[in-house]
Design a protein around this ligand. Sequence first.
Ligand code: FAD
Length: 605
Amino acid sequence: MALLPGPPAPRGAVFLLVKSIRNPAPALLRTRSRFPRMRPLAATVFRNAARAPEGRGLVGAACRAAPRALEGEMSTRYDAIVIGGGHNGLTTAAYMARAGKKVLVLERRHVLGGAAVTEEIFPGFKFSVLSYVVSLLRPEIIRDLDLPRHGLEILPLDGTFSPMPNGDYLWRMDDHARSIREIARHSRTDAEAYEEFGKAMQALCRFVKPIMGMLPPDPARPGLKDILNLLFMGRRFRALPYDDRYNQVQLMTMSAADFLDQWFETPVLKGTMSASGIIGTFQGVRSPGTAYVLLHHYMGEIDGAFRAWGFSRGGTGGISNAIGSAAVSFGAEIRREAPVARILVEEGKAKGVVLESGDEIHADIVSSSVDPRHTFLRFIEPGHLPDEFLEEVKRYKFRGSSGKVNLALDGLPEFKCLPGVGHHLRGAISISPSVEYMERAYDDAKYGAFSSRPYIDIVIPSLTDPSVAPPGKHVMSCFVQYAPYKLKEGPQAWDQKREVFGDTVVNTIAEYAPNLKEIILHRQVVTPLDLERTYGLSEGNIFHGELSLEQLFFLRPVAGWARFRTPIRNLYMCGSATHPGGGIMGAPGRLAALEILKDFQRGVA
Ligand SMILES: Cc1cc2nc3c(=O)[nH]c(=O)nc-3n(C[C@H](O)[C@H](O)[C@H](O)COP(=O)(O)OP(=O)(O)OC[C@H]3O[C@@H](n4cnc5c(N)ncnc54)[C@H](O)[C@@H]3O)c2cc1C
């Protein structure tokens, strides 16, 4: 995720440096006596954690002491089944369990987290294999689930460093005055505009922010609550300063490049800033609508400060594990290596699931955090969904465009333009020297090839969190665009192109940091096909479907079905394919849980 510029977040106040609870197991044990039905759950989590190395962090030594006698006592009847143990599924489970429901989470893989996962890919090197920085995680979730008590700790990510081909660089850091001086080195006009831009974006974020926690209205069939919500948004829009109203309309319609052209002139500043507009989309920085995605990323907030991004200690899996631990403490049961094959539907109503093992599990409701293609086209047998709905699901755009290269390093890269181990290595390092560079990277993808000169967003988390690499070694995460799922030879060709793609990424970075190749110990290349096969992300889309305007808010995932309910009664959606979309946010999971609980209260579910 590219960092966007703006006024610096006040350091001390921004970061949530809460003492980590390294072993939440005592909390689990305590809760067991309060929730008698949790006995089988504890056994499951303990057993699974003992099997999967990643699980050890979640339950600690207590898992090894779990009495084996408890195994196999699992219930087959629940109030709710949540499909998928990514951070959204876990959030839904945690809120529902907190409300006293008997909840079961079924995760296909051996490890929790989905796209927010930490895995020890090479001995001693722990990678945030996919997502790598956090900012969008909703503060109300951190509060409600008391995540710091469950081990969540966010560490600062310090600014963005953009090396340039001419041997210069642009380095925007958390020290606002220094950033302004640095930008002024490139353009005095931009330094002035940068301050104004930051203020305007913050105003727009404040305007848009309530939408993240709002149930999308249905403009086709508005109820009283919808009309009130729309009026509320209208009033907020009118309260915006005059110029910001225009900015908002432009953001919804313009390309990231055009929008930034109105503010700035420095190519590297515009190139790096525009990158946030294309993350996870199959669009270029000059494609209309990308300016909004820019705002989506700007909206990230840590402890009340917009634009603040950070690392989760232990990798992004730490976030999922903290949510999972909270869910378990409220009484939820989590089963890993439990892939769902089918959702049971009788008389238009979801009744439970069938696992790939053939086991049937029954529940009053089923909530899927898996994307709509899997949920509606794979898990539901033909005949249960209206044709028009299915057509919309088939039309929903995935068009994955990103890959990842994770490197285990023997030292640190030395950038020609700023040699030495400085603070510039602790933030994001962005290979995005100009808008033209970014657009050319997209040109390759348009015709079915990965970018020969890709946009790369690099972080080295081991500099901030030494727990993820052995002493003196480092992990380097490279998020890459464009890596189109649909290669001209077809998606399967990724298996042959994996290493050439990896070489392209390493060679591109080595143009700026020539020692890189000498210090690589291990390399993991994650292609869009891997994202689909291993992580269940259709067409490798990192957000469960593009964050383009026609797939947002009351249109996500399907017009008329944006409120987490589906045409099948008691079947809900709770993942990134629902409002407000992808990113480690937890917002879809929370909003879905609140709607499901409302239905339980009304006696509908
Ligand atoms: C390469 C990459 C980089 C990213 N970078 C960032 C970033 O830096 N910051 C950020 O905020 N966001 C980032 N994102 C986006 C973010 O990680 C995702 O939007 C988010 O984690 C999705 O969460 P989720 O819970 O909705 O879905 P997922 O995490 O996809 O969870 C769905 C879960 O369902 C499971 N599942 C699938 N099929 C079955 C089945 N049949 N039965 C049972 N379980 C099943 C999956 O294994 C998975 O655990 C990135 C994503 C990717 C892929």
